[in-house]
Design a binder for this molecule. Structure first.
Ligand code: ATP
Length: 214
């Protein structure tokens, strides 16, 4: 019998900029799920608040952050697509590439998970991927009744039997609390302060050299 394809997990976000909260969460998810994790920067639709940095600039910082290791990769497919990037379309495209059987996990921090019912065609996400909910410091936002019902129906332990299915379960991942946000980092830089030790040194050096977020 051939060995099953490894789990593929995706962490989407604006990464404006990438920081240790993202990186550590992605790393711990990779270890807990025994997965390859792809960081996938989003193309922010024009009617939403725009990131401070362009897509190219955010990708440059992601490349610096990911240098020197193989477990976390970069997937820029959403940036190559014109128009808004709906996760459901991205997952459908990925499914066509990897087939129906390979477990795919969409990683979301608790804050992003609580917002899921506002996403386009959100219930279809469960047909395309498992959802991995990563703890994030701060009060966990309340789940809407529809999302809570999905959680109860789909919850599965990380050491449970979800690997036998390509999609459909909700996994709770216990991530080391790092109370770091891109907003906090942008605010420090805007005040002329240095966000040292909140993000990789090479990323901070590039931000400083280019004078970004001032
Ligand atoms: P901003 O402050 O600009 O809103 P952010 O720091 O929340 O940005 P995003 O790019 O919006 O970063 O986050 C992408 C994903 O990473 C989301 O699912 C989010 O919940 C998760 N995430 C971000 N920071 C952390 C953290 N410190 N710990 C765990 N998960 C995180």
């Amino acid at each position: 019998m051939s060995t099953p394809a490894p789990v593929l997990a995706l962490l989407g976000g604006t990464f404006d900029p990438i920081h240790y909260g993202h990186l550590r969460a992605a790393w711990e998810a990779a270890e807990q799920l025994d997965a390859q994790v792809c960081l996938m920067p989003a193309n922010v639709p024009p009617h939403r608040p725009q990131p401070r940095l362009s897509a190219e600039q955010r990708v440059q910082l992601l490349e610096l952050a990911l240098a020197g290791q193989q477990r976390l990769a970069l997937d820029t497919r959403e940036l190559r697509r014109d128009g808004p990037s709906y996760t459901v379309d991205t997952l459908r495209e990925l499914r066509e590439e990897i087939g129906a059987a390979r477990p795919l996990v969409l990683l979301l921090g608790t804050d992003a998970f609580a917002g899921l019912p506002s996403w386009s065609r959100w219930l279809q996400l469960f047909e395309l991927a498992h959802i991995g909910v990563m703890t994030r410091p701060g009060a966990a936002p309340a789940l809407s009744p529809e999302l809570h019902a999905q959680f109860l129906a789909r919850a599965c332990a990380v050491d449970g039997d979800w690997r036998g299915q390509g999609a459909g379960r909700i996994l709770s991942l216990d991530i080391t609390d790092l109370d770091i946000s891109a907003t906090g980092i942008r605010n420090l830089l805007a005040r002329g302060q240095e966000p040292r030790f909140l993000l990789p040194e090479a990323v901070l050096a590039q931000i400083r050299q280019r004078g970004w977020y001032r």
